[in-house]
Design a protein around this ligand. Structure first.
Ligand SMILES: *[C@@H]1O[C@H](CO)[C@@H](O)[C@H](O)[C@H]1NC(C)=O
Ligand SMILES: *[C@@H]1O[C@H](CO)[C@@H](O)[C@H](O)[C@H]1NC(C)=O
Ligand SMILES: *[C@@H]1O[C@H](CO)[C@@H](O)[C@H](O)[C@H]1NC(C)=O
Ligand SMILES: *[C@@H]1O[C@H](CO)[C@@H](O)[C@H](O)[C@H]1NC(C)=O
Ligand SMILES: *[C@@H]1O[C@H](CO)[C@@H](O)[C@H](O)[C@H]1NC(C)=O
Ligand SMILES: *[C@@H]1O[C@H](CO)[C@@H](O)[C@H](O)[C@H]1NC(C)=O
Ligand SMILES: *[C@@H]1O[C@H](CO)[C@@H](O)[C@H](O)[C@H]1NC(C)=O
Ligand SMILES: *[C@@H]1O[C@H](CO)[C@@H](O)[C@H](O)[C@H]1NC(C)=O
Ligand SMILES: *[C@@H]1O[C@H](CO)[C@@H](O)[C@H](O)[C@H]1NC(C)=O
Ligand SMILES: *[C@@H]1O[C@H](CO)[C@@H](O)[C@H](O)[C@H]1NC(C)=O
Length: 775
């Protein structure tokens, strides 16, 4: 059944012979843009609008050198559409597509008709002129043949290359014809290649339609725009009356590709806001122009911005449309957002007003909370500062300041003055009164060890008392005490008045109290006889100084072992002036409530109710006895008669039977003579009558003498120089430190019932009555 025409013919029934080399974008919606002929040129022929680069008449169409008249149209009939200058006048143009570089023409149908005797009555072979510049679109057209005794051959040239394709259709009766599709029975169809220039269609017949003449006397063949001819049972009759069917040409400008054409400023056809597209469908190159996206119009005359916003349907939906060159943007109303495709769509999140409101409430609530907290803090801080100022005022801060200034300005004054510390400073020095800084606690308050910014170690005495102090008295006391500058007196460095109860800052003395050393508490003691005498002498010197040397007489009033501190070199330092009082100038005696510590208290006080410097001598006598016997001043675990060490000592001393009560530690070293001397001195100090007691000055002198005697003793005892300075006593005694044996027994401490007692305490005051005596 296959027919062979020429060398290259390969025919397949009703099937593709050649696949289209390229495909066109089918989806692109071709829209004939608004008519735009060149100015002063006819823009219509028949009812067809003519766009530049096509045109009727000189100067109205594009005409490149060597390629003239390609786009020239002939409008020879005012009711008919135009034809191209180079086609037969019957080939009318019915549509233009600038965007695709296509045009639609009406193409003649080839017919091959016979009479009932088998004689051919008609055979048309319509064709195009010799060298058409435009090519037949392969993608948009089909080659179709209709008939029941039909062979159709299609020939075309792509350049010099010839393409031949065709199909055949055979059917015996009309009933056999597939009326629903072009499938080889009554109709055959084939694709054609792109870029063919001229074409011929040859129709042939096997039997001259003899058997089928009744219902099919003719064969038809044509190239038709795809989709513009659908075969069905009535097609045989219809085609008898149809002369033409639409067909698509691809057209282009010139014979060069875009990149070449763009360089030629004279001939380049694409105008403003356009882009160039290579025409790839034909054998020869060429290009056509397109408007850029967002522009419209005739690309060969220049494209204009599309005002998307003026469209009947707002492209932004509910939003506000803003046009821009080649583009537009949307401002969306509340509850909508831009979807990125230039359209406002509902925005679920933005719509969530309850969430927004609750979030807002949360945030503002938080802000208010922070604000309140801040105000509260500020207020507290202000109140705190105010309170500090108030305390400072009440505690006599301004007065103290003034007096200290006066003192410092006095020419003759050379000593140091008290320093006024801020609460902040002391807080920092004690690490905010940290537990580990606590070195003592008593009934009056707590003593902290601290380290000032200038690296000075200090003891800070706080007070638990709630009673208001007498600020005048307090200020005077601070002034006087701070002026005491004696080697054997714990120096008062200053005070802090910004707390309710003033805090006192003392020099820090680091080796415990004499009490600890005598009674071997906290791994202290025992002390050698020489050391004991040195401490006694130094204490006596300090008290003597207090009684005599200062401008105002100071009675310590609470001399006891716990108020004598020792430094690393075993230098005695008398401490705790907390209970000490200044003796007013007009009085030699100061009436007070019961003060002092049981066991050390001057017995005459019970009658006179006053304490004098002789009371200190009595108390010092008790300390001496303590040093000799290593027994506590009051022992509550003993029977009533033996409870008071002073009484026990006095009675045994008077009986001359000292030995049982003396401390073995000192007795074993000999030096009995010296011990007796000291005991003698102690006995005198403990005289019930004040007048019978020596003065502190006498005691000092006597002890110095005893110390000197001891130094002269053979047996490696310290050599004392003849000088009576503190120094001469101190330096040889350094060697005694070695002798201090560590037999500490904390268990022997008996608590004095009437007073809080802590052996680790330095500045200890054990009082029968509170610090504030109510005066
Ligand atoms: C012209 O062609 C375009 C597509 O290229 C089409 O949309 C339009 O309908 C056609 N016009 C006519 C009259 O065939
Ligand atoms: C142009 O006129 C022809 C008849 O001459 C008609 O068939 C066709 O539909 C018309 N085209 C347009 C776009 O009006
Ligand atoms: C384009 O056409 C011109 C004029 O006919 C011719 O001189 C030139 O060689 C052609 N160029 C190409 C690439 O075919
Ligand atoms: C124009 O075309 C119509 C229809 O094809 C035809 O009737 C008429 O005679 C033509 N006129 C001219 C001047 O050719
Ligand atoms: C095409 O146009 C040219 C010049 O305008 C003319 O010489 C030529 O005859 C025309 N061809 C046809 C087929 O009308
Ligand atoms: C078609 O064009 C080719 C070359 O351009 C030519 O050889 C051939 O004869 C032409 N065919 C017809 C039918 O004009
Ligand atoms: C057959 O096709 C033609 C157009 O191609 C149409 O006008 C006609 O109504 C169709 N007939 C049937 C029976 O489908
Ligand atoms: C056109 O074709 C030429 C040559 O094939 C190519 O270099 C150029 O990039 C193409 N231009 C476009 C716009 O496709
Ligand atoms: C615009 O808003 C109305 C109500 O405000 C709504 O009914 C309509 O669907 C919205 N249109 C679009 C495109 O979202
Ligand atoms: C249009 O504008 C948007 C931004 O508003 C941008 O992302 C987009 O690329 C633009 N489109 C064109 C064709 O310029």
């Amino acid at each position: 059944m296959a027919l062979v025409h020429g060398k290259m013919l390969l025919m397949k029934l009703s099937l593709f012979l050649l696949a289209a080399a390229t495909t066109l974008l089918a989806a692109a919606a071709d829209k004939l843009l608004p008519p735009q002929a060149k100015p002063n040129c006819p823009d219509h022929c028949g009812n067809l609008t003519i766009p530049y680069p096509f045109g009727i008449g000189d100067g109205c169409y594009i005409s490149l050198k060597g390629l003239e008249n390609q786009h020239k149209l002939i409008c020879d009939n005012s009711t008919e559409p135009p034809s191209l200058n180079w086609t037969n006048s019957g080939v009318r143009i019915t549509n233009f597509s600038l965007a695709e570089g296509e045009l639609q023409v009406m193409n003649e149908i080839s017919k091959d008709c016979y009479n009932n005797l088998g004689g051919r009555v008609l055979n048309t072979k319509p064709g195009l002129s010799m060298n058409p510049p435009f090519t037949i679109s392969g993608a948009k057209n089909k080659f179709i043949a209709i008939g029941c005794d039909t062979s159709a051959v299609f020939r075309g040239f792509r350049g010099e290359q010839e393409f031949i394709t065709g199909c055949m259709s055979v059917c015996n009766n009309i009933g056999a014809v597939d009326q629903n599709s072009c499938s080889g029975v009554g109709c055959c169809k084939t694709d054609i290649p792109d870029g063919l220039k001229n074409r011929t269609v040859r129709l042939g017949s096997y039997y001259n339609h003899m058997e089928i003449w009744e219902f099919n006397p003719c064969s038809y063949a044509f190239i038709v725009q795809d989709g513009h001819f659908e075969f069905n049972g009535t097609s045989f009759e219809q085609l008898e009356n149809i002369e033409q069917l639409p067909m698509i040409f691809n057209w282009q400008i010139g014979n060069e590709t875009c990149d070449v054409a763009e360089k030629s400023t004279v001939d380049y056809a694409c105008q403003a806001n356009t882009m160039c597209v290579n025409q790839t469908k034909g054998p020869r190159s060429g290009y056509y122009c397109q408007c850029l996206p967002g522009y419209e119009g005739n690309p060969y005359l220049g494209c204009q911005d599309v005002d998307e916003c003026s469209a009947e349907i707002n492209p932004c939906g509910n939003g506000t449309c803003h046009n821009s060159p080649g583009n537009y943007s949307c401002t969306c109303i509340k509850g909508f957002r831009n979807d990125g495709l230039w359209k406002c769509i509902a925005h679920p999140k933005a719509n969530n007003t309850p969430l927004k409101i609750s979030l807002g409430i949360c945030i503002s609530f938080f802000v208010v909370l922070v604000g309140i907290f801040w105000i509260y803090r500020e207020d507290k801080r202000r109140k705190f500062n105010k309170l500090r100022e108030k305390y400072f005022e009440v505690n006599g801060g301004p007065k103290l300041k003034l007096k200290l200034q006066q003192l410092a300005s006095q020419k003759e004054y050379l000593g140091t003055t008290a320093q006024i510390f801020t609460a902040e400073e002391l807080k920092k020095a004690t690490n905010d009164y940290h537990e580990s800084k606590k070195i003592g606690e008593g009934g009056y308050g707590i003593v902290y060890q601290g380290r000032l910014d200038d690296k000075r170690e200090v003891a800070i005495k706080t007070s638990k008392m709630s009673a208001q102090i007498q600020s005048d008295q307090f200020v005077n006391e601070v002034i006087v005490l701070s002026q005491i500058s004696h080697k054997n007196v714990v120096k008062l460095l200053g005070c802090c008045l910004e707390t309710k109860m003033p805090m006192l800052v003392y020099e820090f003395v680091g080796n415990g109290t004499l009490y600890e050393h005598i009674h071997k508490i906290n791994a202290k003691g025992p002390l050698s006889l020489a050391l004991r005498l040195k401490i006694a002498a130094e204490t006596a010197r300090a008290l003597s100084y207090l009684h005599n040397s200062t401008s105002t007489q100071i009675v310590h009033r609470d001399v006891k072992a716990t108020n004598i501190l020792l430094d690393e070199k075993f230098t005695a330092k008398v401490s705790d002036f907390g209970a000490s009082r200044l003796v007013p100038e007009d009085q030699t005696q100061l009436s007070t409530l019961v003060q002092g510590t049981m066991g050390y208290l001057d017995p005459e006080y019970l009658q006179s109710n006053t304490l004098t410097e002789k009371s200190d001598v009595y108390s010092f006598g008790v300390v001496l006895v303590e040093l000799l016997t290593a027994k506590k001043a009051v022992s509550f675990d003993k029977p009533e008669a033996e409870r008071n060490l002073a009484n026990v000592f006095v009675s045994t001393f008077e009986k001359g039977q000292l030995d049982p009560i003396l401390d073995d530690e000192i007795v074993k070293d000999g030096n009995r003579e010296i011990i007796i001397k000291v005991a003698n001195l102690a006995g005198r100090c403990l005289s019930v009558k004040r007048d019978e007691r020596p003065t502190m000055k006498d005691v000092e002198t006597e002890l110095d003498g005893i110390l000197k005697t001891l130094a002269k003793q053979p047996g490696g005892k310290p050599h004392s120089s003849s000088k009576e300075t503190d120094h001469s006593v101190e330096s040889p005694l350094n060697s005694y430190v070695v002798e201090v044996r560590g037999e500490g027994d904390g268990g022997s401490t008996s608590i004095i019932a009437s007073a809080e007692y802590d052996a680790s305490m330095q500045n200890q005051s054990q009082m029968l009555k509170p610090f504030d005596d109510g005066r």
